[in-house]
Design a protein around this ligand. Structure first.
Ligand SMILES: *Cc1c(COP(=O)(O)O)cnc(C)c1O
Length: 362
């Protein structure tokens, strides 16, 4: 099966042929060969690539896209007496506040400019202003722009405080090393169709086991009750409460094998870094300027300014698509930008191909 085009987007992204082929069988959602043979090894595999032990950490898988998991985590971990502090610098950070609104959660939103990093200093100040904070949530890789926030500095600020740390690592987990235990992350959220390079259909939460247990009875949504989902998966050895996306789960199992074969998260990070640096060097040569300075920029997705007033993004997009490359529009209000993702089954040679294509359409 040849590709219709290469997705240079932050998910769904380009997957390998072997990941797509893994979806060619049907599986029984109640059978042992699926639950014990695929779901449980997959859950263990997630902890393994994250470098976590099963005594202290656990995982739960949940149907839906990544937002479902962010909502489920916030909705089950932040109780009626708690106070959530949200540090945001983009659309995904702000989405957490929308979730909190739906749940009538008491929260404070500290919303920075979209090109400003969340640092330790930002966290320290915000906590001074909101001393009653019980939970702090933020995005690691802010896909809105491509910013890579300093979760390590925020983690330092949180050390010694009794605050639950929730990290949306949707577009970074699997592609950027994150020492979950060292950073004291209590809930880390990601999804199947980002850096693990699976296909869309479910997300997952990696949590400290005691924090997962503490969510019992808190959820205000049946289908997004992460404790109930987790308990069923534990007791039923890989059973999902409701219909599980079997083909997607099987594809994810394959994607996780391929991550290990590549050499784990460090090796994948190295490839993404290379993709990103080939892209930025080539784009600069073609006259494009990245939105962010290099010290703020992650290797996941890069925003570029429109090169001139008369630049027509839709034409540019259509011309590149006709050559087999799909890129992404911008998502910020401050400037006219477009984005190019460098994650997925994508290699430096693919980026060279994209740059050649861009050369012919500008
Ligand atoms: C992709 C993504 C999400 C989830 O978005 P969905 O459309 O629900 O998959 C959340 N946060 C970040 C940072 C993301 O990149």
């Amino acid at each position: 099966m040849t590709r219709n085009y290469l997705l240079l987007t932050p998910g769904p992204l380009s997957t390998s042929a072997t990941v797509r082929e893994a979806m060619m069988q049907d599986w029984c959602t109640w059978d042992k060969d699926y639950n014990e043979g695929i779901v449980m090894p997959l859950r263990r595999g997630l902890l393994e690539v994250a470098g976590l032990d099963e005594e202290r950490y656990t995982t739960v898988l949940l149907q839906g896209s990544g937002t479902y998991c962010v909502e489920a985590t916030i909705g089950a971990s932040v109780g009626p007496q708690d106070k959530l502090l949200i540090l945001a610098n983009g659309a995904y950070g702000k989405r957490m506040a929308q979730i909190a609104d739906y749940y009538n959660i008491s929260y404070a939103l500290v919303s920075l400019n979209e090109t400003e990093l969340i640092t330790g200093e930002v966290a320290r100040k915000a906590l001074e202003e909101h001393p009653d904070t019980t939970h702090l949530s933020m995005v690691h890789s802010e896909t809105t722009t491509g910013l890579l926030n300093h979760i390590d500095e925020v983690a330092d600020v949180l050390k010694g405080r009794d605050i639950t740390f929730i990290v949306d690592a949707m577009s970074s987990f699997g592609g950027v090393p994150i020492d979950i235990e060292e950073l004291g992350i209590d809930f880390l959220i990601s999804s199947a169709n980002k850096c693990i390079q699976g296909v869309p259909g479910f997300g997952f939460i990696i949590a400290r086991k005691d924090k997962m247990l503490a969510t019992k009875g808190n959820a205000r949504s049946l289908s997004l009750d992460i404790y109930a989902q987790w308990e069923t998966m534990e007791q039923g050895k890989g059973k999902w409460r409701f219909t599980s996306p079997t083909h997607v789960v099987r594809a994810f199992y394959q994607a996780l094998q391929e991550l290990k074969e590549e050499g784990g998260i460090a090796a994948r990070h190295h490839r993404y870094e290379e993709n990103h640096s080939v892209l930025v060097k080539g784009m600069r040569e073609l006259g494009f300027t990245p939105l962010l300075s290099d010290d703020k920029q992650g290797c996941i997705i890069t925003s570029f300014y429109y090169p001139s007033q008369k630049f027509d993004f839709q034409d540019f997009y259509n011309n590149l698509k006709a050559k087999g490359y799909v890129i992404y529009p911008g998502k910020i209000s401050e400037a006219d930008t477009f984005r190019i993702g460098t994650i997925g089954d994508v290699y430096p040679s693919d980026i060279e191909g994209l740059l050649s294509a861009i050369r012919t359409v500008i």
